[in-house]
Write a protein that binds this ligand. Structure first.
Ligand code: FES
Length: 211
């Protein structure tokens, strides 16, 4: 048994009522943090430290899906698929990770790590049109915030949100590489520049009428 794990479990156990079963969840969490997953040997360590049976520890660990009873990857991607996430496309997110991973012989975790690093990838459903406003230094100095606020008024949404009709998603982005013609707005990847607040209603109308 790992002495440090045994001691950590005893320390945790002291915070709970005397019945050792009351500390089984934090003990399992400590064990998983140490070993990465809960193998039968690790469950036995937890059981010994709490004077419980391995079967009892297994029954608790198998009930909660935050415990891993099999080895997992270096990174763990968990997609919530419960009701609220399911109705806005959780299953499609799961399938997209599976598809990219299979095509390149990579793990979904690796694909998620790369996708989440770059601003240009959407990890949640977006509207039919994506409006992105650069709010980095050059654009900020010449009124990016006012442009953002005008979009918010026109669309009734805030950055990161999609209009109720699913037509437009509003986002703010880092430097778009058009500092000389700030403020830069990208509509579906096509730059409109420079943009001032009074240009916004016309740009929105153009997107609506072209849809
Ligand atoms: S800061 Fe906006 S384009 Fe560079």
């Amino acid at each position: 048994m790992s002495p440090s794990l045994y001691e950590a479990i005893q320390e945790e156990r002291a915070k709970y009522p005397p019945e050792s079963r009351s500390a089984v969840l934090p003990a399992l969490r400590l064990a998983q943090d140490e070993y990465g997953w809960l193998s039968p040997d690790v469950l036995r360590e937890v059981a010994d430290a709490l004077e419980l049976t391995p079967a009892y520890c297994h029954s608790i660990a198998s009930f909660y899906n935050q415990f891993h009873l099999a080895p997992i990857g270096e990174h763990l991607v968990e997609v919530c698929t419960n009701v609220s996430c399911a109705v806005v496309g959780a299953q499609q997110v799961v399938e997209a990770f599976e598809e990219v991973g299979e095509a390149l012989d990579l793990t979904p975790a690796y694909c998620k790590a790369v996708a989440s690093f770059y601003d240009m990838f959407h990890l949640e459903p977006v509207g039919r049109h994506v409006v992105e406003i650069c709010t980095n230094v050059s654009c900020a100095l010449v009124g990016a915030q006012q442009v953002v606020e005008t979009y918010e008024e026109e669309l009734g949404i805030r950055p990161g949100e999609t209009s109720e009709d699913g037509l437009m998603t509003l986002r703010t982005i880092e430097c778009a590489g058009g500092c000389g013609t700030a403020v830069v707005v990208s509509v579906d990847g096509r730059y409109v520049e420079p943009v001032q607040p009074n240009d916004v209603p016309g740009i929105v109308e153009g997107v609506r009428s072209g849809d």
